[in-house]
Design a binder for this molecule. Structure first.
Ligand SMILES: Cc1ncc(C[n+]2csc(CCOP(=O)(O)OP(=O)(O)O)c2C)c(N)n1
Ligand SMILES: [Mg+2]
Length: 732
């Protein structure tokens, strides 16, 4: 893929610089060529759609001047781009080819955007730093913020960018320059999304080099701008954000738009803060080929727009300025048409991806966290004076693991709500305070040791945490971020369901985002009530591309967290609050390299009469029940702690059930539609012949966790419930 560069504004002859805002006559011709190409690629795709050779079409028509102006003012493969679907002209301007676009439209194997996985106009050009985009409107904004933060971080920590072997860094190339800028674009309607405002807030606060480009065509499908935006003008609403450079422009005028971009890029490159370009454009082709705007826009309004079509304006401009005559225009357009014909023909001949590739790149093809490379034994701990080494809590060992890994890997950054010791640095330095380090103190002392650019507080906004982490990890950092309570993970759900775990698959391995999201989860707190007791792990194990881990003891927490950090996939690391400081499952510090591979269960207690498959805080309760069962009835239950929920250890389950022929799946979350349903279904499917009794589940009642301890006890599965179910099953 050819990478185009353009002379910087100011480096051309003074005469045209004054006249055309720094653009040369050749650049103006090139701008028209790109704009015309962009429009005609849309026209070609529309034709192909009508011929049923492609399956979807959404155009960049009316937005061409903005894209070309941005491409001219910014640097391909140097700056970073988080575009949206109307950015066809931007992509062409940065060096993508029509052929590559048609490849995505037909769904070809060689489509560089996605290998036939995404709809057309979902841009992803790794060589140009155009980062894979998705369909949810606005979810790109916080990732662009994280991307800009990563550039700044690497400039301050250049050593961190170096490759290292033995973990994800071996496969993650980092490039940074110190003055790169992140472009992010969206439509007028998308400014209604909360993540847009979160992005403005963080870039403003941290003075990040991000250019927000609002392409305002006055409609979001059929909903006009005055319904979306109070006062119908987004520029007026955002004007109060500090540190921004603002531009509001006619985005159908290439020269004016270019000047706005040139000013904005200069402002951001110098490190002054972010920029906001509000470009008024038109949308001549309806929202997409599935929409007919005549249903909600009268002809008069459509004609008004047509009068300011950027492409006709640019053509008129070239003629008026004597830069091209009619012949010149015709020649240029003919050449574009000929080239497009060749590109279409080639794309229609391109091979399709084969069905056997559908699960490729759900996870890293390079590093397998279930492999023995992630298996080690705990260091033999030494106690002082020959005494036994001190048993540490899960909280202690998670904190120690984070500390060890931060020492080892300078790419690790940590943020979330309250994770810093103290945001007001000087209090720490003057030793006026001890520092907080998380509401559960899991990150205690890390900011003090590693500095406030590696450990810091986020705003109280969960999408902000996960979205920024996703952007950072795409650039090569290893964010290990915290969601304070599982109960409040939901604002981040768009990022967790549609972004983080899909980056690799949807870009056909063009990008990856191996971030770690630590989450405090679970109940049994006595008074935790509805909103501090939730589980819900099966909602996340249902997401391909995401590893989900749920340790029950200190040693496993340390080993699995280290695997999570060193691995090349995104991980949801669930930490049970009740287990943080429990006496059960304490262990001596296992050393700075202790790892437990994913997808390997632990047999907590061997048995022959029935199997109990569980994890998390149910493990100690099930153990208590199993011990009582053996004591009182001589029944030996085999207790399996899954430790990792996705992937999970089918081999251990199968071996156990084949031996005991009876099985209970026990979990803390509500009974129905839960994690146990999947395990039970697999057992019914694969081990039917081995079963002497029905597969049973023990779980929470299908209600919410109540505050009053009597209610809480009745709702969550207790050792007594487990005992009863195990006894019944043994007697079946
Ligand atoms: C979160 C989300 N909600 C709804 C949609 C469906 N949708 C796709 S584009 C669109 C309108 C976007 O309008 P705007 O931001 O103004 O961009 P434009 O298409 O006008 O350029 C909608 C509602 C979506 N893709 N994502
Ligand atoms: Mg719009």
């Amino acid at each position: 893929m050819a990478t185009k560069t353009y002379p910087k504004p100011g480096s051309v002859a003074q005469e045209s610089a004054d006249k055309y805002q720094g653009l040369s006559r050749d650049q103006l011709v090139e701008a028209y060529r790109l704009m015309y190409t962009s429009r005609r690629v849309d026209d070609r795709e529309i034709l192909l759609k009508r011929q049923q050779k492609i399956f979807f079409q959404i155009s960049g028509a009316g937005h061409e001047a903005v894209g070309v102006a941005a491409a001219f003012a910014m640097k391909s493969a140097y700056d970073w781009f988080y575009p949206y679907y109307r950015d066809r002209a931007l992509s062409l301007g940065l060096g993508a080819t029509p052929y590559e676009m048609f490849l995505e439209a037909v769904g070809a194997a060689d489509d560089p955007n996605s290998g036939g996985r995404q709809m057309p106009s979902h841009w992803s050009f790794p060589k140009l730093n155009v980062v894979t985009q998705s369909s949810p409107t606005g979810s790109q904004v916080l990732q662009a913020v994280g991307c800009a933060e990563a550039g700044r971080y690497f400039a301050a920590h250049p050593e961190a960018a170096k490759k290292a072997s033995g973990d994800y860094r071996q496969f993650k190339e980092v490039q940074f320059h110190g003055d790169e800028v992140a472009y992010v674009s969206l439509g007028d309607g998308t400014t209604s999304e909360g993540e847009f405002w979160e992005g403005l807030n963080t870039t403003s606060n941290r003075k990040l080099p991000v250019i927000f480009v609002i392409q305002d065509n006055e409609y979001a499908i059929s909903v006009p701008v005055e319904v979306q935006t109070a006062g119908a003008n987004i520029s007026r609403l955002v004007a109060g954000f500090p540190n921004f450079h603002f531009e509001e422009i006619d985005g159908t005028d290439l020269v004016q738009t270019y000047a706005a971009f040139a000013r904005s890029v200069a402002y951001c490159r110098e490190g002054n803060g972010p920029a906001f370009i509000h470009a008024h454009v038109i949308r001549p082709y309806s929202h997409s080929l599935s929409d007919d705007e005549r249903l909600y826009r009268p002809d008069s309004e459509r004609q008004r727009d047509a009068a300011r079509d950027p492409n006709s304006r640019m053509q008129m401009f070239l003629l008026r300025e004597g830069i091209l005559d009619e012949n010149g225009i015709n020649r240029l357009e003919k050449q574009v048409e000929d080239d497009l014909q060749v590109a279409v023909d080639q794309a229609l001949d391109a091979a399709f991806p084969t069905p056997d590739t559908v699960t490729r790149f759900v996870y890293s093809p390079n590093l397998d966290p279930t492999s023995s490379a992630f298996e080690s034994v705990p260091m033999v701990a030494q106690g002082s004076d020959g005494k036994k080494p001190a048993a540490k809590t899960m909280a202690d060992l998670i904190n120690a693991t984070l500390r060890d890994e931060m020492r080892r890997d300078e790419r690790i950054v940590m943020f979330g709500e309250d994770v810093a010791d103290c945001s007001r640095d000087q209090y720490l330095q003057e030793k006026l305070i001890k520092g907080k380090g998380g509401v559960f103190k899991l990150t205690s002392g890390l900011q003090a040791e590693f500095g406030s650019d590696r450990v810091f507080n986020s705003p109280l906004a969960e999408a902000n945490i996960v979205g920024r982490a996703t952007g950072m990890a795409t650039r090569g950092l290893k964010p290990v971020v915290e969601i304070q309570f599982f109960d409040y993970i939901w604002p981040a759900m768009m990022q967790l369901r549609n972004e983080l775990p899909l980056i690799r698959w949807r870009s056909n391995n063009g990008f990856s985002s191996p971030a770690v999201i630590r989450v405090a989860i679970g109940g049994y707190l006595t008074g935790g009530s509805i909103y501090h007791s939730q589980c819900g792990e099966s909602i996340f194990t249902h997401i391909p591309g995401l590893r989900v881990v749920f340790p029950s003891n200190a040693l496993d927490a340390a080993g699995l967290l280290r695997t999570a950090i060193r691995c090349d996939d995104p991980v949801l690391f669930l930490e049970h609050k009740r287990l943080y400081r429990e006496t059960f499952g304490r262990a001596p510090y296992p050393g700075p390299d202790y790892m437990v591979p994913f997808g390997k269960a632990q047999i907590v207690q061997p048995g022959i009469d029935l199997s109990v498959i569980t994890y998390g805080a149910v493990v100690p309760r099930a153990l208590q029940a199993a011990q009582r069962l053996e004591r009182e009835h001589g029944v030996k239950a085999e207790l399996i702690d899954l430790r990792c929920l996705s992937p999970f250890d089918w081999e251990t389950i199968a071996a156990s059930v084949s031996k005991t022929n009876r099985v209970i799946v026990a979990y803390e979350d509500t009974l129905s539609w839960g994690y146990g349903a999947e395990i039970a279904a697999r057992i019914a499917d694969g081990l039917f012949d081995h079963l002497d009794a029905p597969v049973r589940r023990v779980a929470a009642k299908d209600t919410f966790v109540a505050y009053q301890p009597i209610l809480e006890d009745a709702i969550l599965p207790q050792a007594e419930d487990l005992f009863r179910a195990m006894k019944e099953l043994a007697e079946y």
